[in-house]
Design a protein around this ligand. Structure first.
Ligand SMILES: *Cc1c(COP(=O)(O)O)cnc(C)c1O
Length: 350
């Protein structure tokens, strides 16, 4: 192992949650914790968020949903939107998860499994244009009719109607929202009265009130990851909760070798672009190799010094997003690549 550590500040998470919660109010905040809470560690993040009053968690898959449920106990609502096999559906109902359903086959599966001991909680997904999954508008009336039948039979409860949007252009998002409104009307005509309508993730929820509905599913901003090419952290009122710190392993000739490399999750393409924060100031990263990375030396560098690969923009350090911008990626992609073998060290764990 290279010896790098991801320091995660849960007090900063709490601040971000308060900020995001206030920004999307009166809509509720669903904290998205897929990909091990964007690399920060599901268990610690969920435990703290629950203490901060977060009641909804977006877990993506069943495995993550089960991890969240172990932390929260019965109180929290946990939304999964990838439950494919009959076994996964049965497990999701067993764990009292809210299940995103975006096709007829899955609806039939959930209806067949739900009812005993309890009806399945489902959120019906309309495809508003992303074509990732979700029911196409032309098939929606038949879909909501089938869901209403299953609801009347006591096999499931339609808790929500939802969709996911690109958040790449306002025009496309407006078109998607129009389709979403149509879908809500059709669901109502079919006799459904879902409590939770949800459409937006971080960007649209912040910028566009009419996209918030009953809750906003927010990941990135809660972790202080700003959008590539978008407003900065100060404008958003959030701060990155993680700092990736790596030790100096070797000082030789003009090169200092630090312990963070491709194997631990840094993109090789960042070499020569990224700067790391060293005790001698910002220094350019020259090579990202398998196990270690090389930076130019600074006067007096010694083995045991530490450098920051990404951290706090207020301290002029790179962030997951500023690194991502150098290679045409997004901050989330940088954050989730930090290897699970890199230890997470928490502040504010209580
Ligand atoms: C990842 C994800 C989100 C959260 O997106 P952010 O931009 O990180 O806030 C919300 N909804 C769905 C369906 C997602 O997959």
């Amino acid at each position: 192992m290279s010896g790098s550590v991801l320091e995660v500040d849960l007090d900063l998470l709490a601040n971000n949650l308060a900020r995001v919660g206030a920004a999307v109010a009166p809509a509720e905040l669903m904290l998205v914790v897929k990909n091990d809470a964007y690399g920060h560690g599901v268990e610690a993040v969920v435990a703290r968020a629950q203490r901060e009053g977060v009641r909804w968690f977006g877990a993506f898959d069943l495995a993550t949903g089960a991890r969240v449920r172990r932390v929260t106990g019965a109180d929290a609502r946990i939304f999964v939107w990838i439950a494919d096999t009959p076994d996964q559906v049965a497990a999701a109902i067993d764990l009292d998860l809210d299940i995103g359903v975006g096709d007829r086959r899955l609806l039939a599966e959930v209806a067949a499994r739900g009812g005993s001991p309890r009806p399945a909680r489902v959120h019906l997904k309309i495809d508003t244009g992303l074509r990732r999954n979700g029911v196409r508008p032309e098939e929606w009336p038949e879909f909501v009719a089938a869901a209403a039948t299953a609801e009347r039979a006591g096999n499931l409860v339609v808790e929500g109607i939802w969709s996911h949007i690109a958040e790449a252009s306002d025009e496309d998002d407006d078109i998607a929202r129009g389709r979403f409104e149509d879908a809500l009307r059709a669901a109502e005509a079919a006799g459904l009265r879902p409590r939770w309508r949800h459409l937006a993730a971080s960007a649209a929820a912040f910028a566009r009130p009419e996209f918030r509905y009953d809750f906003a599913r927010v990941g990135a901003f809660c972790y202080g990851i700003r959008p590539a090419g978008g407003p900065d952290e100060a404008a958003l009122g959030v701060r990155p909760i993680a700092r990736w710190v790596a030790p100096v392993l070797e000082v030789a000739d003009d090169v200092v070798r630090i312990g963070v490399g491709a194997r631990d999750g840094l993109f090789r393409s960042l070499a020569t672009h990224a700067r790391v924060a060293t005790p001698g100031g910002l220094r350019r990263l020259l090579v990202v190799s398998g196990a270690t990375s090389d930076v130019v030396s600074w006067p007096g560098a010694v083995v045991g010094d530490h450098v920051t690969v990404y951290g706090d923009p207020e301290r002029d350090e790179e962030t997951a997003t500023s690194l991502a911008e150098m290679i045409g990626s997004i901050g989330e992609e940088v954050a989730v690549r930090v290897s699970p073998l890199v230890p997470r060290r928490y502040r504010g764990l209580r």
